[in-house]
Design a protein around this ligand. Structure first.
Ligand code: LLP
Length: 421
């Protein structure tokens, strides 16, 4: 459920008509609902009720400072994967002891930054990384809490590009080698083994793979405890999927997920961490764009928008579906027509949808891409020298620009021309 609903014939974000925001900031723009962010965070938090737990928002999904502040104030931890994300989390006021550092290629500089600034734990992904972290921690006189990310060889049954827990994927260490790697971790200075980490993929709408992976983690917990390791924390990753199409069957719910966690690892007495990104942010945002032209092709009509693949890359990159709806509510009984919905960028991949049934549109009309709050703005670029589009946050009947559109001068002046040219 989200807070983008039609009211009086037009689409609102909470109590603000999107048309009003468009008039103020100019389309295209991202618009987020603080009520939806809050709701989704709380649903996940409640799903783990009764277990000692921390929901660490995977901020790669949407890392705007305002969003991090909103979630941080609700008690969220943060899952970060770079020094930049760590800095963003800290800048938004999230304390280090709520920040988990994930990622397959952490550098020494990033490790030092997080150790000095405070960190809840590092999720280690390889032996070479472990050796470097040990050296950095020891040189700072620190003992840092670590888990090792295990690759359980479970197919998350999701898109190839976002599946991370199969044998051939680059993430984690093979679960079959866990005992040896944990023995090494325990022997190294500067590291304090505290648990196990696993993350098998993203946009998982079938939760059974979680069950398989968590069962393996539970077995491993017993084995490692038998080897004398302290396993008091399980980081169970993120990946819960969301419905991108209104017509989808009922989506799996956070409480179903919570039930799986309870059943598979609840008896171990471990503190549970999860790292959801999309489930919190996805339906909390829309991308609003304006129709520039309606163009008749040989055998089809093109809806040419002023948003493009550089603003929302998911359709071009993963063939992802986003519902695209008119901001002005279509009249009841109005017959839909079909459009290829495209952006102005000079490649055919700049296509949001093909043959999409929509109400008849004309130049100047506004449309909203639903479910664009996760992996939307954060994956945007300035390709074709298109300025990054603004982000707006709505709270009840108020809205604020939380990232302004840069001016062309700002964009151009980031480059420098060497003297010798
Ligand atoms: N934890 C780790 C270690 C991850 O790699 C990810 C996502 C998450 C948590 C959060 O997963 P989520 O709950 O958001 O599914 N750009 C792609 C998604 C990439 C996900 C990468 N890792 C997309 O637009 O679908």
């Amino acid at each position: 459920m989200d807070h983008f609903l039609y009211r009086d014939g037009e689409l609102y974000a909470e109590d603000v008509p999107l048309r009003e925001i468009a008039a103020s900031v100019g389309a295209p723009f991202y618009c987020y609902s603080s009520a939806t962010f809050t709701r989704h965070f709380k649903l996940l938090d409640e799903a783990l009720e009764g277990m000692d737990h921390l929901v660490c928002y995977a901020m790669k999904a949407n890392s705007n400072q305002a969003i991090l502040k909103l979630l941080g104030d609700l008690g969220a931890g943060m899952d970060v994967v770079s020094g930049g994300e760590y800095r963003r989390a800290k800048a938004a006021g999230v304390p280090g002891d709520r920040i988990v550092f994930s990622g397959v290629g952490k550098t020494e500089a990033e490790m030092r930054l997080a150790i000095e600034g405070g960190i809840r734990q590092f999720n280690i992904e390889s032996e070479p990384e472990m050796a470097v972290l040990s050296r950095v921690a020891a040189s700072l006189g620190a003992e840092v809490p670590v888990t090792v990310r295990v690759n359980p060889d479970v197919d998350a049954k999701t898109h190839e590009k976002i599946s991370t827990g199969r044998k051939g994927d680059k993430f984690g260490i093979p679960i079959s080698r866990a005992r040896e790697v944990y023995a090494l971790a325990a022997s190294l200075p500067g590291l304090k083994v505290i648990g196990i980490d696993v993350h098998i993929g993203s946009q998982m709408v079938d939760f059974e793979p979680y069950r398989l992976a968590y069962r393996k983690v539970a077995e491993l917990t017993e084995v490692l405890r038998g080897d004398g390791h302290e396993i008091s924390r399980l980081d169970l990753g993120g990946g819960m999927g969301i419905p991108y199409e209104r017509t989808n069957a009922d989506p799996p719910l956070p409480r179903d997920y919570g039930q799986i966690v309870r059943e598979e690892v609840g008896h171990l007495g471990c503190e549970i961490e999860i790292e959801p990104g999309r489930l919190i942010a996805g339906n909390s945002g829309v991308l609003v764009s304006e129709v520039i032209y309606v163009k008749s092709g040989e055998d089809r009509e093109f809806l040419i928008l002023n948003a493009a693949m550089n603003d929302l890359i998911r359709p071009a990159m993963y063939g992802a579906h986003h519902d695209i709806v008119p901001v002005k509510e279509p009249a009841v009984g109005e017959l839909p027509t079909k459009y290829d919905v495209v952006g102005p960028v000079c490649e055919s991949g700049d296509t949001f949808a093909k043959g999409r049934a929509m109400a008849r549109m004309q130049a100047g009309d506004l449309v909203a891409f639903r479910t664009a709050g996760a992996y939307g703005a954060v994956m945007a670029s300035e390709y074709n020298s298109r300025p990054m589009i603004p982000e707006v946050l709505v709270h009840g009947d108020q809205f604020a620009v939380i990232r302004a559109r840069p001016t062309f001068d700002e964009m151009i002046n980031r480059d420098t021309i060497p003297e010798w040219l």
